[in-house]
Each structure stands twice: as structure tokens, then as C-alpha cells.
Design a protein around this ligand. Structure first.
Ligand code: NAI
Ligand code: MG
Length: 798
């Protein structure tokens, strides 16, 4: 037994196994083996044929899955075709609600997904848990947003139709999300074929689609090997094929679809260069190499598998790399302390072994750490080749394993030449502490992605894809959407209407406490996430449309505004620097929690304003939708890159203004209020908001919704009272950075006059707006008012 003292000396640690129990319980629910997921249900394989998928770390059989036949593919394509028109007709908002529901479902089951992925593929749980699955959720969130914005941001484009999608085994669920999320967001329906070695997370995903009630046929999963993939490629009812995998199969698919009219996108192999310049920080470089080639056992299409090091630092880098390789841990994928898991399948392990032997035979120096591998399972040690010639097999062929080659260069020109000496062009990374060097080299590299002082970074907002034999088409970001769109003006010229609630996912109401507060309670102010009594100790009556006094609200004053501004400033830094994805998730959650309360809010509106039941329902629904719209925009209101013609690029970054004072219009007490608060919050502002003076209860009813939506305290502060008293205080306040005012002309003028103290940006309007209207009540005008542009000049291609 080691003593604590010994343990501190050696820094050795034990295993930290993740339990497979929940995953096994899920597998046990399919004792006969899995079928295909077709038309929203499990379907037996027509030929009754199944094969095993195994755990590469142990060799144990995990489950039996169906071998898809031509008939199975036929049934799936038919189901997708039958579902497509209604899915498109559901409209962007309806589809956004479904994609959001899927994102939430992935998050709710994230641990189960991570364990199943690691069991089936062999990747370390640390990676499936912390990288793959969070990125999967992120893809569904991000594309929920594109669905929401499709009508305005992609006007004139419609879906391609039925999409066949074929994915590899290295990132099984992540590749599923890269394929399915953009396709269904744009109104397509899909038939997805996962890889034969790793079908399980796709089947778990299908299970969840059934559970949440995704309309049948929108997502179909047919398992099987290359023959099943070929049947999908050849099916005449498929309008587009999206493929990720080997360049060889990509070539076969290009040939098979030629002249068929099918659209095609291909994400293929790579042999990506990893350039290390003399002035690079070598310790960062070493960690970069770990992420570049030992992430996912090196089974990454964009793995940095060719290190090109400048001569002066090459020897030092090799020493450092070898020392680091000694500390890497290879072992059970379910061990949380493991860096490198198992290779996916025996054929892949064999391929790696053969290529390494060939490398040695061709005269390169092969180095592997001194420790030994686990005795059972498909493991391969991290491997570094030096003394490699540029034409060597190991320098040219994609090994798809934890094997990296290192070559040296003398000058930047030679580095570029060596980097581009490949038939591929997927990615590259450039390491230099000198930004000018890095940005001189980046534009010269023939690759779809270039990482500067980092590597293997992915996000739903950024496109990913290849140059040359690495394929074409992009996945992620707006550029990735074009793969799933075709120009098609909507003939009726009408904007889409709200989908009927019966076709939307139902959100679980369990997240909220009981209903809205009773109307006879006097709501307080909402400052710093707390309900506080007004400083004045006075209240204002609230009358309904018939003039009856129904309750009172707090009468906020100068002191309350000061406190609210202070609370907003406390919250500001955290909120403005939170990732856009975080802000998007919070706003979606606001939408969800408002949707759960849809009827109560409509009833409250009707009771107070005397509007018709229909009009009240419409305002609430538009409010929910507005929350979806700004959640969507949160991570999409991108800056730009200006091509300033002086060997520069100019990054035009949208930044928040600071703390905003918002004075909401009197009319549309819920929608008008949210139409100001949501875009401001989406762009990273903390706000002090004064709700409709006449009907402030719709804003005070939101306290609970905001409380339960993970909105940080102080981001939205609400001060009720009279506009005439509060707006001037906000306008004159030196710690308020901008003010939006919607009210009478004389008051607007006063706001503008008072803003001169700190020259705060003002947006004051007196013309009434139709807040229900999607063009008047929301959109870029609001986003522009909620941002200022900073231009950053960067040398590029110098
Ligand atoms: P692969 O390209 O054969 O398989 C990828 C997918 O295509 C799988 O779902 C497979 O069932 C399907 N498929 C196979 N033949 C098909 C056909 N004729 N028509 C339609 N679909 C077909 O890749 P494989 O065999 O798994 O791995 C072989 C090598 O490919 C690896 O050693 C690696 O070098 C490379 N590879 C590259 C990937 C990348 O992301 N760039 C991913 C996986 C493999
Ligand atoms: Mg497997």
C-alpha cells in the first residue's frame, strides 16, 4: 500500500471509473437487439439480419444492431418524404421549438450519452463528457436559432427535401448533430446511417426523438455497414447526400451520384500540418500536440499529424514531447483519469500497426514511451516519428491513430511549402508568439481551418470543412446552412403564421412553482434578483380597462433607480463576458418558462386590458416567440471582417454599450416590455427597465419567470412607478450608458436633453409601433441599438 507521502512524491493516482450501470440498463431495454428507427418507431430489419457492436476496450458485445437492407432504406426514405412537407410547413419557429427540445433532451441525458459513446467507441469518458456531448447540445441550440431566423435571414430559400446522411465512427453523436441539426432546422427531413462500429448513440438519440414526440419521419436512423450506405446513396428518392468519412468512399459516392441531380457535401480525410516557429512557446506547443494528435486516439480527420518545427527548436521540442508522452495514460475509456482510450476496431488497430512498421522500414525513427499498454483491449501507444522525409508514407498517408511525424524547416517559405505538400487540406495550426508571423502564414496555407496557437477547436457558429481532397461543403455557422438550402421564393409571399400548439413539443411545467401571484397582492420592485419594497413607501393604483382599481404597485423613485443601476453594474461584467451560447440558453429558458405559463399570462392580459381573448393569446405567443428570436440572435449577430486594402484585415466586433435604461411603451404591456429587454440582454447588457406605467403587472408577473430561468441576478432590474419621475432619473444618471425611451414626445425630448451629462447613447421614440409586427417590433434595428462596433486592425498576409 502506498502512503499519502509516497503518493505526493510520485504523484501517481488510482483509477476513477465511471459506472456503466445506466447505460447497461438502457441497453437491457432492447434485449433482442435494435431495429431501425423509421417513421418515429422501432422497425424490425426486413431481412432479420443483425450484427454485434462491441466495446473496443474489452471486446465484449454491447448490443446487436440491424443490418439495413435496400428495403429498409426504401422504408426510411419513404417515411422521410412523407414527413417533409408538414415539417417545412410547420415554419421556422415551430422547428426551432423542436430543435430546442432536442437540445434540452441531450443535456438532460448527457451523462448517459457520454457513457454509451465511450463504451461503443473507446474514447475516454473525459472527452465524451466534456467535449463531444456539450458540443452536440450546442449544435442543436445554435440551429434552433437558425430555424427561428430562417424566414428573415435566409429569405427566398427553402429546404432541399430528403437528405441521406452517412457518418463515421470517430465522433458518432457529434457527427450526427453536425448533420441532423442544420438539415432539419432548414426544413429537410433525414435518413441517417451511423457507422457500423458505433451505432449506439444514434439509436439512443432516436429513442429520445420518440420520447419527446418529434413528428414521425423527420429523423430516421437506419443502421448497417457500407452496403446500407451505398443503398442510401443510390436511392432515387434522396435529394442530397451528406457524407463524412474516408476519401476513398467519398470518391465512390461522388461517382455514384454524378448526373443524378443529387446535391453532395463531403467531409473527408486529412494530414494536417502543425507548424512550430522558433519564437513559439514550446510548453504550450507540447500541450497543443497532445490535443492535436492524442485527442480521440488520433482518430480525428483534422488531427495535427504532421509537426513541422523550425530547425532551431526542433531538438528541444522533441525532448519535451518525449517527456510529456511518458506521462500520458492509456487505459479504460471509462476511467476519468485516462488520456487515451481504445482504438475503435481491430481493423483500425491493424492499419495503424502496419503503417508504423512501414515507417520504420522506410528509415524513420520511431519513439514510444517506456510504459506498457493494458494487456487486453485494442490499445496503441502514443507514437512520435522523427527523421522523416517529406515523401515518406507516414508523412503522406492519413494514419488515423495516435501517431505523429515531426519534420523540420528553415524558413517560413519552406514551412508553407512543406505544409501544403499533401493532397489534403482540412486544417492547420500555426504556433508563434509573433502575431505578424502567424497571420503572414495563415493565408498561405491550403486548408479550410487554420488555428493560431490552438488546435482542434470546434463550434456550431463556425464553419468546418476541407480544401482539395479533404472534400467540399461546410458544416457549422451560416455557411454550413447552404448545404441544406435551395433558392425557392415562397410563392404566396406571405410571412409564416404561428404553428398550432398541438404540433409543438410540450415543455415540462415542473420547473416552476405554482401559478402567477394573486392579483390582490402588491408586487414589489425587482432589483438585483430580489423583490424589494420601494424606497418611497408609496404605491400606485393599477386600474383595469373599466377603471376599477385592481391592485397597487410600488412607486419607485430616484433612490430605487440608483440601487437598480448599482445592481446592474454588479451583474454587467459577468453577463457581458458570458459566452453568447450561455446568454442564448438563458433566453431560451425564459421562453420555455413563459410558454409553460402561456395561458395564465393571456388571462391576466385580458383581465387587465380588456382585450379580447384572441388578442391576449396573440400577445403572449408573440412574446414567447420574441424570446426565441433573441435567443437565436445571441450567438449570431456576428461582427464582420472588412477587407481594408493595406495588408490588413479589420475585425468589426459588435460590443455591448454597458448598462441600459429601458423605458417601455404603455401599450402591449408584456410584448412591448420584452421587446426592449430581450435584445438588450441578448447582446450582453444589464438593464434597468421601467415597465408600462398603465399595466405594470405583466412585467411584475415576470419576476418568477426570470427567477427560474437561470438569469443572473441584476441583469434585469425592474422599477415600477411613473414614467415622468423615473425616465429623467435614468436619462441623467452618469452610470447609465444608454437609454431607450418609448413614450410621449415631450418626455422623449426631455430624455434626450438630460442625456448630455455623460453623452449617453439615446434612442427615444414617440411614434407608436405595432409591437406584434415582426418587422416593427423586433429585428436588426433593435440589435444595432444594442451594440456598438469596435474595429480592430490586424496585419494579415503581410
Ligand atoms: P469509411 O469511409 O468506409 O466509413 C464511413 C462511413 O461510410 C460509414 O458509415 C460506412 O458504413 C459508410 N460507407 C462505407 N462504404 C460506403 C459506400 N460505398 N457507400 C456509402 N457509404 C459507405 O471509413 P472506415 O472504413 O470506417 O475507415 C477507413 C479509414 O477512413 C480510416 O482508417 C480513416 O483513415 C478514414 N476515416 C476518415 C474519417 C474522417 O472523418 N475523415 C472518418 C472515418 C474514417
Ligand atoms: Mg463499437
Amino acid at each position: 500500500m502506498t502512503s499519502i507521502r509516497d503518493a505526493f512524491q510520485t504523484m501517481a493516482w488510482g483509477t476513477a471509473p465511471e459506472s456503466p450501470a445506466t447505460a447497461e440498463a438502457w441497453l437491457a431495454r432492447h434485449p433482442k437487439g435494435f431495429g431501425h428507427s423509421i417513421g418515429g418507431a422501432w422497425v424490425e430489419p426486413s431481412a432479420g439480419e443483425r450484427f454485434a457492436t462491441t466495446n473496443p476496450a474489452t471486446g465484449a458485445e454491447l448490443a446487436r444492431v440491424a443490418q439495413g437492407s435496400k428495403e429498409d432504406v426504401e422504408a426510411a426514405v419513404r417515411a422521410a418524404r412523407a414527413a417533409q412537407a408538414a415539417w417545412w410547413a410547420l415554419g421556422g419557429h415551430g422547428r426551432a421549438r423542436w430543435l430546442y427540445a432536442l437540445a434540452r433532451e441531450v443535456q438532460r441525458n448527457s451523462r448517459l450519452f457520454a457513457v454509451v459513446e465511450s463504451l461503443d467507441n473507446g474514447k475516454p469518458i473525459r472527452e465524451s463528457r466534456d467535449i463531444d456531448i456539450p458540443l452536440v447540445a450546442r449544435h442543436f441550440y445554435h440551429h434552433a436559432g437558425w430555424a427561428e431566423l430562417m424566414e428573415t435571414e435566409l429569405a427566398g430559400y427553402g429546404p432541399v427535401g430528403v437528405v441521406g446522411q452517412i457518418i463515421p465512427w470517430n465522433f458518432p453523436l457529434l457527427m450526427l448533430s453536425w448533420k441532423i441539426a442544420p438539415a432539419i432546422a432548414m426544413g429537410n427531413t433525414v435518413v441517417l446511417k451511423p457507422a457500423e462500429f458505433t451505432p449506439l448513440t444514434a439509436l439512443l438519440f432516436a429513442d429520445l426523438c420518440h420520447a419527446v414526440g418529434l413528428p414521425a419521419g423527420v429523423v430516421n436512423v437506419v443502421t448497417g455497414d457500407g452496403r446500407t450506405g451505398a443503398a442510401l446513396v443510390e436511392h432515387p428518392g434522396v435529394d442530397k447526400i451528406a457524407f463524412t468519412g474516408s476519401t476513398e468512399v467519398g470518391r465512390i459516392i461522388r461517382a455514384a451520384t454524378a448526373g443524378s441531380g443529387k446535391r453532395l457535401s463531403l467531409e473527408l480525410g486529412g494530414k494536417s500540418p502543425f507548424l512550430v516557429f522558433e519564437d513559439a512557446d514550446l510548453d504550450s506547443v507540447v500541450e497543443g500536440v497532445v490535443d492535436a494528435i492524442w485527442f480521440n486516439q488520433g482518430q480525428v480527420c483534422c488531427a495535427g499529424s504532421r509537426i513541422l518545427a523550425q530547425e532551431g527548436v526542433a531538438a528541444r521540442l522533441v525532448d519535451k514531447l518525449r517527456a510529456r508522452m511518458e506521462t500520458l495514460r492509456v487505459g479504460s475509456p471509462l476511467d476519468k483519469a485516462v488520456d487515451i482510450g481504445a482504438i475503435v476496431a481491430p481493423v483500425q488497430l491493424e492499419k495503424i500497426r502496419q503503417l508504423v512498421e512501414q515507417g520504420i522500414a522506410e528509415g524513420a525513427t520511431c519513439w514510444q514511451p517506456s510504459w506498457s499498454l493494458p494487456r487486453e483491449g485494442l490499445f496503441y501507444p502514443p507514437t512520435l516519428f522523427t527523421d522523416v522525409t517529406p515523401a515518406a508514407t507516414v508523412a503522406q498517408v492519413e494514419i488515423f491513430g495516435p501517431v505523429v511525424v515531426l519534420m523540420t524547416f528553415r524558413t517560413p517559405a519552406e514551412a508553407v511549402e512543406m505544409a501544403n505538400n499533401t493532397r489534403y487540406g482540412l486544417a492547420a495550426s500555426v504556433w508563434s508568439e509573433n502575431l505578424n508571423t502567424a497571420l503572414d502564414i495563415a493565408p498561405q496555407l491550403k486548408a479550410g481551418t487554420v488555428w493560431v496557437n490552438c488546435t482542434n477547436l470546434f463550434d456550431a457558429a463556425s464553419g468546418f470543412g476541407g480544401y482539395r481532397e479533404s472534400g467540399y461543403g461546410r458544416e457549422g455557422g451560416k455557411e454550413g446552412l447552404w448545404e441544406y438550402l435551395k433558392a425557392e421564393r415562397r410563392k404566396d409571399g406571405k410571412t409564416e403564421s404561428d404553428p398550432s400548439p398541438s404540433v409543438l413539443p410540450s415543455f415540462r411545467p415542473s420547473v416552476l412553482p405554482s401559478g402567477l401571484p394573486p392579483i390582490d397582492r402588491t408586487p414589489k420592485l425587482y432589483i438585483g434578483g430580489k423583490q424589494v419594497r420601494p424606497d418611497s413607501g408609496y404605491a400606485l393604483p393599477v386600474l383595469d380597462s373599466a377603471g376599477n382599481r385592481v391592485t397597487e404597485v410600488g412607486r419607485g423613485n430616484r433612490k430605487d433607480v440608483r440601487n437598480a443601476v448599482e445592481a446592474a453594474h454588479h451583474a454587467e461584467r459577468g453577463w457581458a463576458t458570458a459566452t453568447a451560447h450561455t446568454r442564448a440558453q438563458v433566453l431560451y429558458y425564459v421562453a420555455e418558462n413563459l410558454a409553460v405559463r402561456e395561458r395564465e399570462f393571456a388571462e391576466r392580459l385580458r383581465a387587465l386590458t380588456g382585450s379580447s381573448e384572441d388578442a391576449a393569446a396573440l400577445e403572449v405567443r408573440a412574446s414567447i416567440r420574441r424570446a426565441f428570436v433573441y435567443a437565436a440572435w445571441a450567438d449570431k449577430y456576428d461582427g464582420r471582417v472588412h477587407a481594408t486594402p493595406i495588408r490588413n484585415v479589420t475585425l468589426a466586433m459588435n460590443e455591448p454599450i454597458g448598462v441600459l435604461g429601458l423605458v417601455a411603451p404603455s401599450e402591449a404591456p408584456l410584448l412591448g416590455f420584452l421587446s426592449l429587454v430581450l435584445p438588450a440582454a441578448a447582446m450582453g447588457h444589464s438593464v434597468v427597465a421601467v415597465p408600462s406605467e398603465r399595466w405594470p403587472l405583466l412585467a411584475t408577473d415576470l419576476y418568477q419567470v426570470l427567477d427560474t430561468s437561470d438569469l443572473p441576478a441584476g441583469v434585469v432590474n425592474i422599477v415600477t412607478g411613473t414614467r415622468k419621475e423615473l425616465a429623467p432619473v435614468l436619462a441623467a444618471h452618469d452610470d447609465v450608458d444608454g437609454i431607450w425611451f418609448f413614450g410621449p414626445r415631450e418626455e422623449a425630448a426631455e430624455v434626450e436633453r438630460l442625456s448630455t451629462g455623460n453623452m449617453k447613447r439615446t434612442w427615444a421614440e414617440w411614434e407608436p409601433r405595432d409591437w406584434l409586427d415582426a418587422h416593427e417590433g423586433q429585428g436588426e434595428e433593435f440589435l444595432r441599438e444594442a451594440t456598438q462596433v469596435k474595429n480592430i486592425w490586424v496585419p494579415y498576409g503581410a
